[in-house]
Design a protein around this ligand. Structure first.
Ligand code: ZN
Length: 317
């Protein structure tokens, strides 16, 4: 039987109970978390999924997870290396921070120079944003810039204390945490959205935390992806016995959303392959529009980038 508790309100995310002891955390826009996460009560300890974009958001989730379950967090898993899933890692420096070997290496290699570049650009970015806010005449425009400024400050405030913290436990294919209450299977089938993606399968609950292998009602972020591999991974996940799928971005998904993501990738591949086969140029990519099935999905602004990256990838392969 599932006991439903009254969930605390949080600044950075909204909690949803998926089963007794299983919670998803959905990012609140512009509050510095940026991607979804969650936590699982294993019986005597808690597993957290992903560490958000900021240590503040990660700390809030850890505090809430320990308060709700009454158990300490002993494991946190980074589903992949992207900053919005790992920049809060320092909050978990005293527990097992789990990732694949590949993800650990990518964090160690790419995060420090990225953070330095963001730090270096921050003053100019703030100046530009502040000027846009000051010069905005339209109320709606001013409100939009105010939200962007708040988001900027939320992220900027982390830079004084931010410490890149790399995972301290790695695995190659699969790792199972055997709790007294449930088991959690940490699985990688290789790289799809990123060079190495983990998803967390809870067989007793038929729940999968997908990381960024799943986007719900959002365009898929493909800048670091291998689209064909991603399709194959989703095909394998379809065969798992699961009914609730927590995406990295967007609300709770179902098997239909997994299938829709697979179709998005297939359509993207088909679109760009046809463009190349027709002798289309790089400049001509601008004429490729979001297919009708995905027009209502958020972040349409990343579609041109998805197309351009795939074009370059296919041309060079
Ligand atoms: Zn990602």
């Amino acid at each position: 039987m599932t006991t439903t508790k009254t969930l605390p309100s949080a600044k950075h995310f909204t909690l949803q109970q998926l089963a007794d002891g299983v919670y998803a955390a959905y990012v609140k826009e512009h509050m510095g978390a940026f991607s979804n996460g969650g936590f699982v009560d294993l019986g005597e300890s808690v597993l957290v999924i992903d560490a958000f974009l900021t240590p503040q958001a990660a700390q809030e989730l850890r505090d809430i997870a320990e308060a709700i379950t009454g158990h300490p967090v002993r494991h946190m898993v980074n589903t992949h290396w992207h900053g919005d899933h790992v920049r809060g890692n320092q909050v978990y420096a005293d527990v097992a921070i789990i990732a694949t070997d590949t993800t650990k290496n990518l964090i160690a290699e790419h995060l420090p120079p990225r953070i330095e570049a963001i730090r270096a650009q921050a003053p100019a970015q703030l100046k530009a944003l502040q000027e846009q806010f000051d010069n905005a005449t339209d109320e709606a425009q001013k409100a939009a810039f105010a939200v962007e400024l708040a988001q900027f400050h939320e992220i900027d405030s982390t830079f004084h204390t931010l410490q890149i913290t790399v995972p301290n436990v790695t695995f190659e294919n699969k790792m199972t945490l055997h709790g007294t209450r449930r088991s959690a299977e940490l699985i990688t089938l290789g790289g799809g959205h990123s060079p190495s993606d983990i998803f967390v399968y809870l067989p007793q609950d038929k729940i999968i935390f997908m990381g960024d292998l799943l986007f719900v009602n959002n365009q898929l972020a493909c800048w670091n992806a291998n689209e064909r591999e991603w399709v194959q991974i989703l095909e394998q996940i379809e065969a798992f016995d699961a009914v609730q799928f927590v995406p990295g971005h967007g609300p709770l998904g179902t098997l239909e959303d997994v299938r829709a993501n697979k179709q998005y990738l297939l359509d993207l591949l088909q679109l760009v392959e046809a463009h190349i086969a027709d002798g289309g140029t790089e400049a001509g990519l601008a004429d490729l529009k979001v297919p009708a099935a995905y027009e209502a999905w958020e972040f349409g602004s990343i579609f041109p980038g998805n197309v351009q990256k795939l074009y370059a990838q296919l041309k060079n392969s």
